[in-house]
Design a protein around this ligand. Structure first.
Ligand SMILES: [Zn+2]
Length: 236
């Protein structure tokens, strides 16, 4: 099976213009809509984002592969707004904090005709000392031009993900030991049935990659209603 090169772009029509999706690196992607570049968890250095002009930056959690102060520093955020959970805002410089709206799990905000909702993301069993305790980080659902985009953040197979409805595009993490394995991810996806799913964030401990081809096969064996898109998230 062929895998596209890094920063291949995918297009999708919305009720108000095209949405372009750029897989960037690991858990990071860029959504382009109505001339706005929306960066999710920029990581890996500013160079990867050279061709974008950040308008909105979403951060999911405190770890360096999501909130990456060095990469943020290398971006031109002069005209950008950020949305992040409180735990991330606490780690920010004052300058960054001033541009940031804090959003908690379950809260919804809107920004330039985009609705943004914070979705829980956490490890199971749910304990305060887990790598991802419930309530600290945000997954996000973005609604733009009538399309719903779900970004999982670092989560395990949680009921809040399975309960999502009407998702057009989902970005689902799968790496061990930090999030979930491909079986859990495929099982959850086959329940909430996003129209399109991109496995991402699939490099785990010791640089070991989860088998996304296996994920695709598993999803396709459970349902024909979900299109799995494999992209190269680790091209450089
Ligand atoms: Zn992560």
């Amino acid at each position: 099976m062929s895998v596209q090169i890094l920063c291949a772009q995918d297009q999708m029509q919305t009720a108000d213009g095209n949405l372009t999706i750029y897989p960037v690196l690991h858990g990071s992607l860029v959504l382009q809509w109505k001339g706005m570049d929306i960066l999710v968890d920029p990581y890996g250095g500013g160079k990867l984002y050279e061709k974008f002009e950040p308008a909105l930056v979403l951060i999911t959690d405190i770890h360096g592969d999501h909130f990456n102060a060095n990469t943020l520093q290398e971006l031109n955020l002069k005209d950008a707004s950020l949305i992040a959970p409180a735990a991330v805002a606490e780690l920010m410089s004052d300058e960054l904090k001033q541009k940031t709206q804090v959003l908690a799990n379950g809260e919804t905000t809107s920004w330039n005709a985009i609705e943004i909702k914070g979705i829980p993301m956490y490890n199971l069993p749910e304990t305060a000392d887990s790598r991802h305790p419930k309530g600290r980080g945000n997954g996000y659902v973005l609604t733009l031009g009538g399309k719903k985009v779900y970004i999982s953040g670092d989560t395990e197979d949680i009921p809040e993900m399975r309960a999502l409805t009407g998702i057009d595009v989902a970005f689902i993490c799968m790496n061990l030991p930090y999030t979930m394995d491909v079986d859990q991810a495929a099982d959850a996806v086959s329940e909430f049935k996003p129209k399109i799913v991109y496995p991402f964030h699939y490099r785990g401990g010791g640089g070991k990659f989860s088998n996304t081809e296996n994920f695709k096969d598993l999803v396709e064996s459970k349902t024909s209603q979900v299109e799995v898109r494999l992209r190269n998230w680790y091209g450089n």
